[in-house]
Design a binder for this molecule. Structure first.
Ligand code: C5P
Ligand code: MG
Length: 297
């Protein structure tokens, strides 16, 4: 089944007319989509960031938490610990999204943020048994339309790799509680290491932060190896650091990159348009990715 450009844009994807949707090169998007649709679901893999990509950035005008923030804000953490974690967020998040700084300038500061935050979380002696309660009591929300997104990929056996600089244990709990942790989902993230008593004592493996996803992707080539028969990639992210998440994919044929631009829109819009094929500005839904996935025969 093939689609003419007119079909793809005017008939098949009315969601592209939403005021939140921007593309620098709609012709290119059209070409990539046509190739991917033609090749079908059995050649597709989806690689997605988690925080602020699969989860909402805001709800009713209030910021939603990242994996880290779910713990940072929890009543199960001491008020002193919460204050220190909030101070870190207020210091380093503006650096993360500052478009006047280069990745090279940000990199050591991001390592510093993650390291300090993880040390504080370890000091809080977080219990494995408390994670489900922390998630349940939090304001974290998957984007509207998440159910369709996860279920559709599951139904068509499309692998979904969630590649997150958040915390794997928390992330898994969010998607488990939402009922969408299907067997086609694989998570690559920072995981907690608990002692015999179930108390947090460290984080496992190499640290993944927002600007070293390329290194993570290269470490994760085993996963991509299994997926060699799936050379088409739909990539979803919210940070420019997420653009490297597919760097471990060998023999890639097509990649369609969708970027959620949630914050500091005016300052960052051009950079997002230059690197993501489709930019979704303050769009809290999965409507566009879902509409693209619905195209495949
Ligand atoms: O899943 P994702 O890769 O998006 O997770 C990383 C996000 O977590 C970053 O964008 C950062 O803003 C946030 N973060 C946080 N607290 C930390 C470290 C990172 O909220 N201590
Ligand atoms: Mg993110």
């Amino acid at each position: 089944m093939s689609f003419t450009p007119a079909h793809v844009f005017t008939v098949k994807i009315p969601e592209f007319s939403k005021p939140s949707v921007f593309m620098r090169d709609p012709q290119k998007v059209q070409k990539i989509m046509q190739s991917m649709v033609k090749a079908g679901f059995n050649t597709l893999q989806v690689i997605s960031d988690f925080d602020m990509t699969l989860t909402r950035f805001a709800y009713n005008g209030k910021r939603c938490p990242t994996c880290h923030n779910i713990m940072d804000n929890s009543k199960l953490i001491s008020s002193e610990g919460r204050a220190k974690l909030k101070e870190l967020l207020d210091t380093y998040y503006p650096i993360e999204i500052d478009s006047s700084l280069s990745v090279e300038e940000k990199l050591p500061l991001m390592v510093e943020w993650w390291t300090k935050a993880h040390d504080l979380l370890i000091q809080q002696a977080i219990k494995k048994d408390h994670l489900a309660v922390m998630v349940n009591e939090s304001d974290a929300k998957l984007r509207d339309g998440f159910q369709l997104f996860f279920d559709h990929l599951h139904k068509h056996n499309v692998p979904l790799l969630i590649f997150s600089a958040g915390v794997g244990d928390i992330l898994e709990e969010v998607i488990r509680q939402a009922g969408v942790f299907h067997p086609n989902v694989k998570v690559f993230s920072n995981y907690m290491d608990f002692d015999e008593a179930g108390v947090l004592r460290a984080f496992k493996g190499e640290l993944i932060h927002v600007y070293n996803k390329r290194e993570g992707a290269m470490l994760n080539t085993g996963h991509f190896q299994e997926l060699r028969a799936r050379p088409n990639v739909l990539l979803l992210g919210d940070s420019l650091g997420d653009l490297n998440m597919a760097d471990g994919v060998q023999d890639m044929q097509n990649i369609l990159k969708i970027g959620f631009l949630n914050d500091k829109v005016e300052e960052r819009k051009q950079a997002y348009l230059d690197s993501y094929d489709i930019v979704l500005v303050k769009d809290e839904t999965m409507e566009v990715p879902n509409a693209i996935l619905e195209l495949a025969p």
